[in-house]
Ligand binder design. Sequence first.
Ligand code: C2E
Ligand code: CA
Ligand code: CA
Ligand code: CA
Length: 281
Amino acid sequence: AKKTGRNNFCFFNRQMLELAHQRMQLGNDLHDALGKGQLEVFYQPIIDVVSGRVVKAEALLRWRHPEWGMVPPDRFIPIAEETDLIQEIGAWVFREAADTVKRWNALSANQGQRQISVNMSPRQFTRGRGEQIIINYMQAYGLDPAHIAVEITEGLLLDNCPGVTQKLEKLRAAGIEISLDDFGTGYSAMAYLKRFNIDYLKIDQSFVRDLETDPGDRAIAEAIVVMAHRLGLKVIAEGVETEGQYALLAEAGCEYVQGYLFAKPMPVEAFLAFVNADAQK
Ligand code: C2E
Ligand code: CA
Ligand code: CA
Ligand code: CA
């Protein structure tokens, strides 16, 4: 038994070493990825429940690694966050999104509530001046800030990091809306909802997945919508994959839906073709 134990330990160690090695290599490669044009922003349509039309989209980062192919963001964003590369990458994602929303606007006159949201890591607020970079760029670029939204997570609000309230207020004062992403997954200490002014709650896909079969998930999703509305927030449901989920969310009063049922995240040209076809419907 002892021997097995030691073997397991060795095996475990070797795996850990390999993982650490891979991580280090990814970290090194990531440094050059932006300059080498390996990073790409995909866009996933967000549908307005009432009109059934695409009115928003989320910008989602992709990395085409020359050896490993598509590396999912969950694998490399944490590395970017540790190394502060996230500041540079985050600013680049934002510029790409701004450019795309401008192209989307040019497709048709009916610009309505059209908006692209970008994900921002806590570190872009706590260690960088992510909010100021965005505001400066919007002004220089001459883009109406209503066309851009920022997605943050509960962790940022709970960190109690000095200045975060002011930074978020600064964004809102500049006309940029704020979405609270992955709502209900992390800490669920909801007192912060009173302290911070946000515009949207995104119901996490973990509550959407079993909506049709799990009465508990359904209760949570419905309660989130009621609470959000009472607080003056709109609701976006993520990870909507079936008509049944869509129907339940619409019935609950959810304003926007996003998920594979409508479209997967896609490269910019495919996205613009998609919204163009949607506008012609
Ligand atoms: P997220 O912000 O919660 O993004 C939603 C994730 O759900 C995306 O994964 C999206 O592709 C996926 N998704 C959308 N619809 C469906 C569906 O119907 N079913 C299922 N199963 N999944 C769906 P993705 O693109 O792999 O991104 C993972 C995470 O990486 C994001 O989670 C976000 O936290 C982070 N991320 C992505 N891009 C950026 C970025 O530019 N900056 C930062 N800081 N984080 C990013
Ligand atoms: Ca998000
Ligand atoms: Ca999310
Ligand atoms: Ca997530």
